[in-house]
Design a protein around this ligand. Sequence first.
Ligand code: SF4
Ligand code: SF4
Length: 189
Amino acid sequence: MSTKVVDRAPLTFYERTYLPAILGGLKVTAKHFADTVFKGNSVTMQYPEERWVVPEGYRGAPYLVKDQDGATKCVSCQLCEFVCPPKAIRITPPGADGLTADRKNAEKMPKEFEINMLRCIFCGMCQEVCPEEAIFLQKDYSITGENRESMIFNKEKLLKLGGTHAGIQKWKNKLEEAQAQETFPVDAQ
Ligand code: SF4
Ligand code: SF4
């Protein structure tokens, strides 16, 4: 394997004073200053009073959603918990005597569902893997709290923030579909 040695030009005395880089930076600052004062084109905003408007499809914080009938979509299958790279999700299943789902034909829903927003990296794996379309990355990008505990969002908070997501209702006609299978004609071979 051949090796190519690349000559690295030594810095001149002028470059070693850092003046070209400093003047270059000041030139950019002066341009933005002039644009702001004379043209009104400000490149900064008064955060947090002013907020960046994120584009459609932006993937921010993940929240749980309810369906168009107001029912919890999550069925506590724990796939998202399993796949989450930084282990930000913690689900407590309902258990034998726990809550049954608040919608027809769904077997269960989680007793507790927590996301640690300090760990979450907004990767979207939970949304991708969810068979019920129950969790979506939404537009929140600035999540703050006064302590670590307040950054762990529980089921109630996640559902409130997530709101309604009209769409797939896989379980809605599940019972009727199962009953129909009993009379499904099968040709004798
Ligand atoms: S977006 Fe990624 S890191 Fe955040 S909860 Fe979902 S899977 Fe975990
Ligand atoms: S959010 Fe989706 S993947 Fe996660 S436990 Fe609920 S149904 Fe399963």
